[in-house]
Design a protein around this ligand. Structure first.
Ligand code: TXE
Length: 497
């Protein structure tokens, strides 16, 4: 018997019997299989959705008091915080990201449970200024059974952002984590059960996107689909969701500009660029993948940037000193190589990096790469999702703003780095992106709405907006003084609406 663990679906409060087909989960830093997961079939998906619908209708969670939802989610936060070291190791193993990044990221994940627990507890409805002796209350109800399709780049963070908001609002949740890095999410079932979540309210199912994910999203019984993934996945799901009248939130790609102005000293500009660009080996939707550098600091910036990028320590993700970990798989290495080749054909100059790498002969790595290019080049407009950064020399503030806004279909994150207070406000106001950071990048908080414009997606994660998007608004109009007289024989000034 193999000693590779199999982690089966979490359904109705237990790990189900394994599916006959299994999918291997690989550590991208050394190519070893670390676990297998289920490949959930269409019949099984349909069965789970049906059971989830009855849990929503008959179950206690949708009708639970806000104070009860608060208690369960806050306890889940406490339990998760106590187990963070175990999750850091697992997340590093399944994503290949450096352990120092996972330590910093996972330490904050319980805050999403705490925040949405609190929102559930304090959320107030409204009473509208309705004319006449009428009270109109607006209340928010859970939607029903919601599907969440989550990615591999920040597996636990992104799943918990969505799970916490949906549970706080009283929904039943079916999560389909990425088949490439599902293991931390699959552990959330037991944790939330221990916190007091009733069985069947959180279902976690595994499988390939094109099969299990597709079967799930095709269900007309869903009340919402929340996707973080690629634009092609959105395009595969959205038409059927529209036909089924299932609303969608979608957090897709990005091509974040990092706008660097001459009031910065060069060292500050380089630190900003390194931070924006190389977290997660560039595999995040807000990666600062276009450095728009003002001509007045360009030469000095490039000199120091080249030196600092060459010094980045690529290595074993479990080593605390490692700064650049693996990319997610072989296909990702190949995509990075193809981008570099196209960039060179487009007239770009590879300043450093540009090649696949291994650590002790193993794994899927790519050298941190900077490419000097023009704003219209493929590498400057399209999402690489790897450690390949386009640098563009810009003549003026206006040119930086124009390139930031016009040369890509994405509009998720952007950062503006300057010591000129007026310029900071002026540029931030003109940049078209769902999130603009001034003298920062990657900054994220459960209270801060997160989501893009244009092809970066629709709707928001985080904040009251995310909570509300998991509810439906009900208007109750209570008449305490108008008699219906419309069809009386003699009516004067009667009101019908
Ligand atoms: O994502 P996929 P991939 C972008 C990034 C990346 C590209 C492709 O540009 O290079 O997408 O990455 C599930 N029906 N982002 O291929 O496939 C899949 O199983 C239902 C940005 O890894 O979109 C997984 O659970 N589900 C992004 C999830 O979708 C389907 C993070 C995401 O995988 C499906 C990831 C289908 N037809 C990629 N096809 C971000 N915003 O951070 C796939 N899935």
């Amino acid at each position: 018997m193999s000693d590779i663990p199999h982690i089966s679906n979490w359904v109705d409060g237990v790990h189900e019997a394994s599916s006959s087909e299994k999918i291997s989960v690989v550590n991208p830093a050394n190519g070893q299989i670390i676990a297998t997961i289920d490949a959930t079939t269409q019949d099984n998906v349909n069965d789970i959705v049906r059971k989830s619908v009855s849990t929503f209708k008959d179950g206690p969670w949708a009708r639970a008091d806000a104070s009860e939802r608060y208690a369960v989610l806050s306890k889940a936060a406490t339990l998760l915080r106590a187990r963070i070291p175990e999750f850091i190791e697992l997340e590093t193993r399944q994503t290949g990201r450096p352990i120092r990044e996972m330590r910093a990221q996972l330490a904050r994940v319980p805050e999403w449970l705490e925040y949405f627990a609190s929102v559930a507890r304090v959320y107030e409805g409204r009473v509208t200024p309705f004319k006449g002796p009428v009270i109109n209350t607006l209340t928010r109800l859970p939607l029903g059974v919601v599907a969440q399709i989550t990615p591999w780049n920040h597996p636990l963070l992104i799943a918990m952002k969505k799970i916490a908001a949906a549970l706080a609002a009283g929904n039943v949740v079916i999560v389909k984590p990425s088949e490439l890095a599902p293991l931390s999410v699959l552990k959330m079932g037991e944790l939330l059960k221990e916190a007091g979540l009733p069985d069947g309210v959180l279902q976690i199912i595994s499988g390939y996107g094109r099969e299990t994910g597709k079967f799930l999203c095709e269900s007309p019984l869903l009340a919402k689909i929340d996707l973080t993934g690629g634009i092609l996945t959105y395009r595969a799901i959205a038409p059927i969701a529209a036909l089924n009248m299932v609303p969608m939130t979608a957090e897709l790609g990005g091509k974040a500009p990092v706008c660097l102005f001459p009031s910065l000293d060069v060292e500050q500009a380089v630190k900003a660029a390194l931070f924006a660009s190389f977290i997660a080996s560039g595999q995040t939707c807000v990666t600062g993948s276009r450095l728009l550098v003002h001509k007045d600091i360009y030469t000095d910036f490039m000199q120091l940037m080249e030196r600092r990028v060459k010094e980045l320590r690529l290595g074993d993700p479990q080593d605390s000193r490692t700064q650049i970990g693996a990319v997610i798989n072989k296909a990702s290495v190949e995509r990075c190589s193809a981008f570099v080749e196209r960039a060179s054909n487009d007239g770009g100059k590879v300043i450093c990096g540009g090649k696949p790498a291994t650590v002790e002969g193993k794994g899927f790595f790519f050298e941190p790469t900077i490419i000097e290019t023009n704003a219209g080049a493929d590498v400057a407009c399209n999402e690489v999702f790897g450690p390949i950064i386009a640098v563009i020399k810009c003549e003026s503030e206006d040119e930086i703003i124009r390139i930031a806004n016009d040369d890509t279909a994405y509009a998720l994150g952007a950062s503006v780095w300057t010591n000129d207070f007026n310029q900071a406000h002026r540029v931030a106001a003109k940049i078209e992106a769902g999130i603009v950071w001034v003298n920062g990048h990657h900054l994220n908080d459960p209270s801060s709405p997160w989501g893009g414009f244009k092809e970066s997606g629709v709707g928001k994660e985080n904040g009251q907006e995310a909570f509300e998007s998991y509810t439906k608004l009900k208007s109750t109009v209570i008449n305490y003084g108008i008699q219906p007289t419309w069809f009386d024989p003699e009516t004067l000034n009667a009101r019908y609406g």
